[in-house]
Each structure stands twice: as structure tokens, then as C-alpha cells.
Design a protein around this ligand. Structure first.
Ligand SMILES: [Zn+2]
Ligand SMILES: [Zn+2]
Length: 346
């Protein structure tokens, strides 16, 4: 066991504070990672404040982890000391069910093990990236290509894969009209990735406040959802809409913007259920779908794609002591576009 410094929420809704946690000894197939940067994801706040239900405390959030391998177990074959690596939203899964076997560990039928707020196979709670070091089985560690700086790569481990996976699955590319709902941490990654895939990209945001940013990030068009004319003008336009908003949305209105056979994919996770009139999918043979992060193999594919296209997150680097203030700013949509903790400050 190794004692490491971390930032933790001692109880639900309590501010995060500096503490220490124990990391397990490096096992045969484990990698010890010196964490350099950890992104602040909206879901960290949902969980630290029990917005998604009962959680495990103390909680060390953080599932956008970038760092450097410091030690490897004797059975490790894929990594060496000094390698640049990342860890995303999961650190284990059953490895035997049909979803694990086809590389979609995020949908493990026996439940994937979350990077934090979960219980590992050893029966101990998992602690996330707001810490100095983490020990992870090599099968759940991803290589960060040399072309990507670790600070702007960290948010790709959740925000990047969460948007890459549905864009790839629903074939965003040349000739496709893709709308991204919301230009926050997830949305700004979705715009960059969809643009790099060759799609014609439209941002649907509450207001036109971030329009200049959106166009710079790669959007071709930008509309305000607060303006009813947007829905008249864009009716029946899109092949694919990816909604990244984690507040309840008017999904019926968004579905009206799809072409026949179009798909609206939700990747946000509102705390409350939403009501939907199902006539909005019947007319036009439309799909309303969801998508959650991506498998380990696909996460590697996403990082390689981002390195090839020079894509990183737009970040505001903060010290660990600023994390509580950062949470308030995320809730107020006052971040362009991801806070990343410099873990050297823990
Ligand atoms: Zn996340
Ligand atoms: Zn499984």
C-alpha cells in the first residue's frame, strides 16, 4: 500500500478538501501512474453531491486522468516506466460477458468498475484522479500519443470518448449534417471531433453568447435554441443530433429537426426523468438513442484520432485548492471549456 495525497469530498455536498488515501500495492498486471493532470467533469459534481443517488464517501472524484507510468507489475506487457498514459471512467470489468469480449466494457453485463465512487474487485472503494498517483490494471490503461500534451489530453478520457463514440457509431462524416446541442465540456469536444470527421456541424446552444468560439472550434453554423425561429428554419435538417446537455431538454423539439431515419443521441445525464410524446419518433422513423463513454479499444482509437488531427480540449488549468470554486463555475456554465487540475498542487 502507498499513501498518497488527494482531494476528497468527505460527505455528500461537503466541499472537497486535501486528505490522504491508500493505493493498493502494484499487483502482477498493475501499472502505477504518477498523475499529472485530472479534468473536472460535470459528473464529478453530480456524484460528489449525490445527484445520481447514494454515493461512497469520502469520494476522490476524477475520471479524466493523464500521467506517466512510474512502476509496472511483473506480468505487465503493454506499458513501461516513462510511458504517457491515461485512465478514463472505468478501471475494471468482468472481462467475460459478451459486451466485455467485444471490447465494450462500458456496458459490462456484470457492471464495470468506475474509476471512483465504486467498489473494486478487491472489495475496496475506488478513488479517482484528484490525487497524486493511481494503480490500475494495464488492460484499463490507455496510451496517450506523443503529439498530445497531457493537460489537453486529460479531458479526452471522458469528454472526448463520450462524444467520439456516438459520432463514430452513427457515421458522422462527409455529406452528413450533424448538430451538437450544448457547447460545454462535452459539446466543444463534439464540435471539434465531428468537424475533423468531415461532417457539416451545427451548434444548437441556448444563446448566441459563445457563437464566435463555436465557429472557431469548427462549427459551420450556430443557432440559439431560445429562438423559436431556429426550430422552424431547421426542421427536418439533420442526420444526427448529439445532445450533450445534462439538464432536462425538450427532446420532442430536437427530434423535429431530424431527417427521416435520423438519430438523436443523448449523452448528457439529467438527474430528473423527461417526458416525451412518442409521435415525435413515429413520424419520420426517427431514433432516440443514448451512448455512454466508449470501450477501452475505442478510447485508444479516439486518442489516436485526436493526435492525428491535432485535437485537444480547451482548458483552464487550476490548482487543486480551486476545485470547489471550479464546481460552482461549471454549474453556472462559466468555463471555457474544461477545468483541469494540475495535480502537482495537491
Ligand atoms: Zn465524465
Ligand atoms: Zn463484462
Amino acid at each position: 500500500m502507498t499513501t498518497v495525497a488527494a482531494y476528497a469530498a468527505p460527505a455528500a455536498k461537503a466541499p472537497l478538501e486535501r486528505t490522504t488515501i491508500e493505493r493498493r500495492a502494484v499487483g502482477e498486471y498493475d501499472v502505477l501512474i504518477d498523475i499529472k493532470f485530472a479534468g473536472v467533469c460535470h459528473s464529478d459534481i453530480h456524484q460528489a453531491r449525490e445527484g445520481w443517488g447514494e454515493a461512497i464517501f469520502p469520494m476522490v472524484p476524477g475520471h479524466e486522468i493523464a500521467g506517466v507510468v512510474a512502476e509496472v507489475g511483473p506480468g505487465v506487457t503493454r506499458f513501461q516506466v516513462g510511458d504517457r498514459v491515461g485512465v478514463g471512467c472505468m478501471v475494471d470489468s468482468c472481462r467475460e460477458c459478451e459486451n466485455c469480449l467485444r471490447g465494450e466494457e462500458q456496458y459490462c453485463l456484470n457492471g464495470m468498475v468506475g474509476t471512483y465512487n465504486a467498489v473494486g474487485k478487491d472489495g475496496e472503494p475506488t478513488y479517482g484522479g484528484y490525487s497524486e498517483k493511481i494503480v490500475v490494471d494495464e488492460n484499463y490503461v490507455i496510451r496517450i500519443p506523443d503529439g498530445l500534451s497531457l493537460d489537453i489530453a486529460a479531458p479526452l478520457l471522458c469528454a472526448g470518448i463520450t462524444t467520439y463514440s456516438p459520432l463514430s457509431h452513427w457515421n458522422a462524416g462527409p455529406g452528413k449534417k450533424v448538430a451538437i446541442v450544448g457547447l460545454g465540456g462535452l459539446g466543444h469536444m463534439a464540435v471539434k471531433i465531428a468537424h475533423a470527421m468531415g461532417a457539416e456541424v451545427t451548434v444548437l446552444s441556448q444563446s448566441l453568447r459563445k457563437k464566435d468560439d463555436g465557429l472557431k472550434l469548427g462549427a459551420d453554423h450556430y443557432y440559439a435554441t431560445s429562438d423559436p425561429k431556429t426550430f422552424e428554419e431547421l426542421a427536418g435538417t439533420f442526420d444526427l443530433i448529439v445532445s450533450t446537455v445534462s439538464a432536462p431538454m425538450d427532446f420532442g423539439a430536437l427530434l423535429s429537426l431530424l431527417k427521416v431515419d435520423g438519430a438523436l443521441v443523448n449523452v448528457g445525464a439529467p438527474e430528473e426523468p423527461v417526458a416525451l410524446n412518442l409521435f415525435s419518433v413515429i413520424g419520420g422513423r426517427k431514433s432516440l438513442a443514448g451512448s455512454m463513454i466508449g470501450g477501452i479499444r475505442e478510447t485508444q482509437e479516439m486518442l489516436d484520432f485526436c493526435a492525428e488531427h491535432g485535437i485537444g480540449a480547451e482548458i483552464e488549468l487550476i490548482s487543486a485548492a480551486e476545485v470547489n470554486e471550479a464546481y460552482e463555475r461549471v454549474l453556472a456554465s462559466d468555463v471555457r471549456y474544461r477545468f483541469v487540475i494540475d495535480t502537482a498542487t495537491i
